[in-house]
Design a protein around this ligand. Structure first.
Ligand code: GLU
Length: 305
């Protein structure tokens, strides 16, 4: 079946599937329309296939984490980054605090909040938030192929209610994983989570990773070695405490965000992004998981099959 037709069929299949809840711990995220549902595929040659509300903007939330990780790897290399953040799955939820307290005090991986906040703290801590945001948006924009912006309402909403993320940052500061002040780095973290994209943007960003770090329109964004580090961690840790099940069933690197987005990378082939705001207890879009499972099966995308 033609890809476009398949996307429309899968969209139709799950459009009225109403399990899950809106993320309500960030108050502004609880106000979005729960019926929104979009799927985009962008191939490594830049071909686009879409279904549903693919022009709808949403905030990246944790789907931003692989990109800030790539930014830190590009700036410092893997050894320096690994001194601060490990590469092991946690088996616990995205905002867990327990593994910082146990053992090494170093975040297990850059896909959970503790790791991502540590990565933010490495990105030009000496500069103003404005400058740090500008550098981050430029980096993310080069994956998407155009300038991106921050949803300031969502940013403020998360910033003013982020009690748990502040405790994580305080604990990381206590163990000197983060040095210096934590507020600026938390603000950068909330900023990355509030970057606005639609599924076409996110699928294009994913296609750049699928294409070895080269944007589908052929300019280089990051090194191939960085891509391989990012995709390895996405496969083992990107779907948090369901990462094992995901690798087993769906079989390609992916990252979710609590706004209801998930993007997947099929190396050498394509990037896929889905968006639908009702999420399950692990923080993954319910319709998004279903759609990606079916796409993996029907387009034979499992990388080990
Ligand atoms: N901004 C969210 C948080 O830090 C991101 C979580 C997610 O998308 O998984 O809680």
């Amino acid at each position: 079946m033609k890809t476009e037709l398949l996307l429309k069929e899968i969209h139709e299949r799950y459009r009225s599937f109403n399990e899950g809840k809106l993320a309500n711990y960030i108050p502004e995220l609880a106000k979005v329309n729960p019926n929104l549902f979009a799927i985009s595929i962008v191939t490594t040659d830049g071909e686009v296939f879409e279904a549903g509300d693919s022009q709808q903007l949403f905030t990246m939330q944790s789907s931003s984490k692989p990109f800030t990780y790539a930014m830190a790897l590009s700036a410092f290399g893997r050894d320096k980054v690994r001194e601060k953040v490990g590469v092991e799955p946690t088996g616990t939820s995205f905002n867990s605090i327990v593994e910082i307290e146990a053992n090494t005090h170093r975040p297990y991986n850059p896909m959970v909040n503790a790791g991502a906040i540590t990565i933010s703290s490495m990105l030009s801590p000496e500069k103003s938030l404005e400058k740090r945001r500008e550098e981050m948006l430029k980096f993310f924009g080069s994956f998407a192929g155009h300038e991106l912006s921050i949803d300031e309402t969502i940013y403020q909403s998360e910033r003013s209610t982020a009690f748990r993320n502040r405790s994580i940052a305080n604990l990381l500061r206590h163990f000197q994983v983060i040095n210096g002040e934590i507020d600026g780095s938390l603000d950068l973290y909330f900023s990355q989570c509030s970057i606005q994209v639609n599924t076409r943007d996110l699928a294009t960003m994913a296609a750049t990773l699928a294409n070895g770090g080269v944007h589908p329109s052929k300019y280089k964004v990051i090194d191939r070695d960085t891509v391989s580090d990012v995709l390895s961690i996405m496969l083992s840790c990107g779907m948090y405490d369901t990462a094992g099940e995901w690798a087993y069933q769906v079989g390609f690197p992916a990252k979710s965000g609590v706004s209801g987005c998930i993007f997947g990378v099929i190396p050498g082939k394509m990037g896929i992004a889905v968006y639908s705001p009702l999420i399950n207890e692990h923080g993954h879009s319910v319709r998004g998981v279903k759609a990606l499972q079916d796409l993996s099966y029907e387009l034979k995308l499992h990388i080990f099959r």
